[in-house]
Ligand binder design. Structure first.
Ligand code: BV8
Length: 236
């Protein structure tokens, strides 16, 4: 009896683009997008938070509120269908900090860059589901200190659950990268690790990414079409 393949999926901002959530490098020729004239990569750092906490908290308050007005698109729904119906194991690793994979019905999603809907207390280290603002310095539900920060992995911080991700890549028969520019590490290096560990590699993206040369196959098009077609092909 052949064991159905273990599929590892990595998603980036492109999988949520058709849900109306801006990607990071939608600027001209792939430059980082801007927010209030700040490069996102200059706001999403511990240094920015130390220098101007109000600016950074407002940046995340705006995005945390925005994702709650968005809905999963056919790409999220197709991945949830694969997660439910595939006879082998499916691991979804996402760089995204929205909850659209979960709201589409996917389970066990690994958020390597954190989540908008989680607040992290710098005093007691407790993480709490959070849907409101943080700029007004609400008290931590666990210790009451006014030291909640976005539970987001900023540039220069260590991504979450790297051990789980490396274990998944070690067992992967197929690695599929969806909607990512391949600009941010260590996520951008996963395809090379997957290849070295014997997986086949497939990229589904709107345009060729910085890592396209590392994939056995690249299929171009909007995720809502290309991901749904790929899943339909797998599930028959
Ligand atoms: C770390 C949370 C050490 C924030 C994010 C020099 C060389 C190499 C590396 C570095 C370097 N200098 C510094 C580094 C490290 C740095 C890094 O990689 N910097 C880059 C800029 C060079 N990385 C880090 O600091 C990381 N930490 O390295 O720690 C370490 C390493 C290993 C092990 C242990 C410790 C931490 C990085 C995490 C930063 N936080 N997110 C927030 O969200 O506010 S990253 C951020 O960028 C988002 O998570 C986003 O998802 C991610 C990557 O971007 P993409 O998802 O790819 O989005 P992008 O806009 O770029 O591309 C969208 C793609 O979708 C495009 O290809 C587009 O064509 C496509 N698309 C658009 N529409 C559609 C579509 N595709 C399909 N359908 C569509 N409709």
């Amino acid at each position: 009896m052949t064991i159905p393949p273990h599929i590892v999926v990595l998603t980036g901002a492109g999988v949520s683009a058709e849900s109306g959530i801006d990607t990071f490098r939608a600027g001209t020729n792939g430059q980082p997008s801007l927010w209030e004239q700040h490069r996102i990569e200059d706001v999403a750092t511990p240094e920015a938070f130390a220098r101007d906490p109000d600016l950074v908290l407002r940046f995340y308050d705006m995005r945390r509120a925005a994702i709650q007005t968005k809905a999963p698109n056919p790409a999220h729904l197709a991945l949830a269908r694969l997660d439910a119906a595939w006879p082998g194991h499916v691991t979804i690793v996402t760089q995204n900090v929205d909850d659209l994979h979960e709201r589409a019905g996917a389970h066990g999603v690994i958020h390597m860059h954190g989540e908008h809907l989680s607040a992290w207390c710098a005093t007691c280290d407790t993480r709490t589901r959070w849907t409101g603002p943080l700029a007004d310095r609400p008290p931590c539900p666990a210790c009451a200190a006014p030291t909640l920060r976005p539970d987001i992995v900023w540039f220069g911080e260590i991504p979450y659950r790297m051990d789980d991700i490396q274990a998944a890549l070690a067992g992967a028969d197929l690695f599929v990268s969806i909607g990512t520019s391949g600009a941010v590490y260590p996520a951008a290096g996963f395809v090379r690790l997957a290849r070295e560990l014997g997986a086949q590699t497939l990229e589904l993206n709107l345009e060729r990414s910085q890592g396209s040369a590392w994939f056995d196959e690249t299929r171009l098009g909007p995720a809502s079409e290309v991901v749904a077609a790929w899943v339909d092909g797998l599930l028959g």
